[in-house]
Design a protein around this ligand. Structure first.
Ligand code: PMP
Length: 385
């Protein structure tokens, strides 16, 4: 083929093959246990599969309404009202999206203009920065430090200026497994008071939280909720990340702009899955018991690691556990993750890839959304280090 066009100015020149692809590829190549990418290796709910089948066969196979089907939006309104004590109007404030990632992209695109600053706490989920840069916004990074990854709100205060348009938060947090506290939320409330700063709260792991800790959703704080896009993912809650289903809650004015963008990214989201989730959401125990379900896995993984040379601070939420290896080697985390995959046979993600400056705290991220058998085999191998 002739080379055409002769040159393209990339909009995301720094984007290449992600570490997730690299580590999964390597795990496959050398036959290692793959705890790198964040997804369950077990089946989703049987009833959910039957419901999808039923709706497909009944003929619910054409475009859904742009914001999502009403029964699902109503089920979400009911859920957040019960859980967090806040009312969202299904008509004007709730939008179904094809996954949290699209919702994040649509929310950022809806409000971020050229030179608008967006505060991001690093380590951060990898879709945030590209979404900001594609909209010519400026990511302003605040780097959190191992092993606690706590936000220093004085630093945040110092980074605020008239160009600050948005603050992004993520709790429970990928990759660190840390969670924001009531005090964090109060601080956020304080620093955004009397400003026009918009919050984007990524709460895709809302139910995966441990040790009786309460999930501090922005929805519990009316003064935060009134300025927030809040993003959720069915994939995390119902063990089907590949279905790419989620939703975004925001007050009417923000939702209006969100939908203007969402309409031209995808128009609407998968119809039969929406009907199936609307039915399944009635079984509240499925999400209310998710924390206990994953806490068992976290504890099983931690028990397996006990006595090994890795340092551990138990994850408070999400399905990721960080392991520190500074007592083992001073290799770079990217190099050590590769060596561990090849020599020990367990693939992980080096945490430095979640920092734009690739800060290396000698930490690796392991996904424990796996069967006990997988976790047992993995921890036995890690004990050999
Ligand atoms: N935010 C965070 C912090 C995540 O870990 C993920 C999934 N890895 C998402 C958003 C995206 O969710 P989804 O798969 O529904 O697009």
């Amino acid at each position: 083929m002739p080379k055409f066009p002769s040159s393209i100015k990339s909009k995301l020149p720094k984007t290449g093959t992600t570490i997730f692809t690299i580590m999964s590829g390597l795990a496959n190549e050398v036959g290692a246990i793959n705890l790198s990418q964040g997804f369950p290796d077990f089946m989703c709910n049987e009833e959910l599969i039957k419901l999808v089948d039923q709706y497909v066969r009944k003929g619910f196979n054409q475009y859904a309404p742009m914001p999502g089907i009403i029964p699902l939006r109503e089920a979400i309104a009911e859920k957040v009202s019960t859980l967090y004590g806040i009312n969202y109007n299904p008509d004007t404030e709730i939008t179904i999206a094809p996954g949290g990632t699209e919702a994040i992209y649509a929310a950022i695109t809806a409000v971020i203009d050229e030179d608008d600053e967006v505060i991001i706490f690093e380590p951060a989920y990898d879709s945030y920065t590209p979404a900001i840069e594609l909209n010519k916004g400026i990511p302003v990074y605040i780097e959190l430090q191992a092993p606690d990854y706590k936000i220093d709100w004085d630093t945040v205060r110092k980074r605020l200026n008239p160009k600050t348009k948005m603050i992004m938060i993520n709790t429970p947090h990928n990759p660190t497994g840390s969670v924001l506290t009531r005090d964090d939320m109060k601080q956020l409330e304080k620093i955004t008071k009397d400003t026009d700063i918009i919050i984007l709260s990524d709460e895709v792991y809302e139910h995966i939280i441990f040790d009786e800790i309460q999930h501090e959703s922005v929805l519990r704080y009316p003064k935060l909720a009134e300025r927030s896009f809040v993003v959720y993912s069915f994939g995390k809650t119902y063990h089907n990340t590949g279905w790419k289903m989620g939703y975004c809650l925001a007050p009417e004015a923000l939702t209006k702009e969100f939908r203007r963008v969402h309409q031209f990214i995808v128009f609407s989201t998968n119809t039969p899955y929406q009907y199936a989730f609307a039915d399944l959401m009635k079984k509240k125990e499925l999400y209310l018991e998710l924390g206990a379900f994953y806490q068992k896995k976290r504890d099983f993984f931690l028990k397996g690691i006990e006595g090994s040379r890795f340092s551990v601070k138990p994850a408070s939420g999400s399905y990721f556990q960080l392991l520190g290896y500074n007592k083992i080697t001073d290799e770079k985390d990217t190099e050590y993750a590769i060596r561990l995959t090849k020599e020990i046979g367990v693939a992980s993600i080096p945490v430095s890839v979640f920092y734009h400056r690739n800060i290396d705290h000698k930490m690796l991220r392991f996904c424990f959304a796996k069967s006990e058998d997988t976790l047992k085999r993995a921890t036995e191998k890690l004990q050999k280090v």
